[in-house]
Design a protein around this ligand. Sequence first.
Ligand SMILES: [Zn+2]
Length: 183
Amino acid sequence: MDDFPSRDGAEDAVHKRLRRAVEKREKAYLWTPSDAITFIPRVSPTIYGDGRALFTIATINQRPAYWVIRACSTWGSGNDREDATGPDFGEVTDQIMTDLEDQFGRGRCGYSGNSLFWPRKERLRNCQCEECDEKRFKARWPMVDDDGGCSWSRCDWPPGFPTAPNPLSWRGNLLAEEGRANG
Ligand SMILES: [Zn+2]
């Protein structure tokens, strides 16, 4: 699915500011504190639609580490009101994961589906392709391992950004319209 506009945020002032606000080392765990991992959440370089809504997305294999997606204010999500004019976030995750793989790299071998997060020795048991055989290489966050799927949710803009309530959802405010121009 690729019928919504997207653009690269590299030269976008708001996007740069968002990266500075989001990409800070954090420690989080999924079930119990002893499983805590330290990671830096990453902002996808791609801006979808008007880029006024934020979502977090995580793969089942890499939770609780997550990426932040600047999505369109028209997109719906799960428990929202049902009158969104854009697609539901769940309908565009394939495209979003593909874009993340393009930007950050894919943590799965294209031949066997081996996880490149495994050490080379283990990878070579299933597959001898160039990627699996690469010495001293092991995939690392934020490379993408979406085998097993992903989960997502709306999130608020970090403090300091001009925001407006989201008419579709009580959760996940929107960047105020004027905030787009002056960052
Ligand atoms: Zn391989």
